[in-house]
Write a protein that binds this ligand. Structure first.
Ligand SMILES: [Zn+2]
Length: 292
């Protein structure tokens, strides 16, 4: 484990413990930055232990076995359809696509089907990579091996449920912008919403709300075209997820000031989680009342 001394977003040392919880027997400690409101783990797994975690045990820990489950495929297919729908609504039709953390490759397949674009994927986990290769998809273990086979940047880069796992999110997003994204390309990002999603899992190093997700994209050299809160594919009403579409910011020399702050973050999470936890009971009650 390693301590994180400074905020990953604004570099401040004004940190305060935000939450202590357990995830599969491990203590997960989240801090909040008193300057910008970013919530992130410290102490956390080191980059080295994280890599081993994803390479070997991620799928088996989450599924209980070394197989890709039917339920997981169903969720990933529904999630991919929703993301493609959002791209369509933005009037996009990218020529080519890079999916970082492509997992079972469902988004790659959905993008190819919808837009006829060629899709490439990067996936650390051997289990998922083998699965994708069996499906005939173009998947590399990391960006270094991708660059051996591909020189050109992409019109669309997607990161669905990846950003919250990265030890240095700003550096990663900047490198992505400089090396892998077309000047007029788009970046599609989806993360759990701190205000409603459980989120505090051992491999979730950062937990974003709409303000901090916007700020991290801006600090990394993007401008956010839109940001949506929604529950698809898991919930019809509760906004468990944040999805943002961003473009490289061409004019920006100095990053804009950080807007968000830590005020009310704890209260909004407690409220959101309470709504999520009680919603099944409320819905059952509504149905019973309707049937009276
Ligand atoms: Zn901060």
């Amino acid at each position: 484990m390693e301590e994180v001394e400074r905020c990953l977003l604004c570099n401040s040392t004004r940190l305060e413990t935000f939450d202590l919880s357990h995830f599969r027997g491990a203590l997960v400690t989240n801090q909040i930055c008193k300057e910008c409101g970013l919530v992130f783990q410290s102490p956390r797994l080191t980059a080295q232990s994280l890599e081993a975690y994803y390479r070997d045990s991620y799928a088996s820990m989450h599924q209980g076995a070394e197989v890709v489950s039917r339920e997981e495929l169903r969720i990933q297919t529904a999630r991919a359809e929703n993301l493609v729908q959002l791209l369509r609504m933005s009037g996009l039709s990218p020529d080519d696509h890079l999916d970082i953390g492509c997992s079972t490759g469902r988004l790659m397949q959905a993008v190819t089907e919808a837009f006829g674009s060629k899709s490439w994927g990067v996936e650390l986990s051997r289990l998922y990579r083998d699965f994708c290769i069996r499906e005939g998809l173009n998947v590399e273990p990391n960006l270094e091996t991708l660059s051996e086979n591909r020189r050109e940047p992409f019109a669309l880069v997607s990161m669905a449920h990846v950003l919250e796992h990265l030890p240095e999110p700003i550096n990663f997003l900047r490198d992505l912008r400089n090396r892998w994204l077309d000047e007029d390309g788009v970046l599609l990002v989806e993360v759990p919403n701190l205000f409603f999603h459980r989120s505090f899992e051992l491999p979730h190093l950062t937990s974003f709300h709409e303000g901090t997700l916007t700020d991290i994209l801006r600090q990394s050299g993007y401008r956010v075209e839109w940001l949506r809160k929604h529950g698809r594919p898991r919930h019809r009403r509760i906004p468990l997820y944040l999805t943002a579409l961003a473009r490289p910011n061409q004019d920006m020399e100095i990053p804009p000031p950080i807007r968000s702050n830590s005020f009310g973050v704890g209260a909004r999470r407690r409220l959101g989680r309470a709504i999520y936890e009680t919603s099944p009971r409320v819905m059952t009650l509504v149905r019973r009342l309707r049937n009276l």
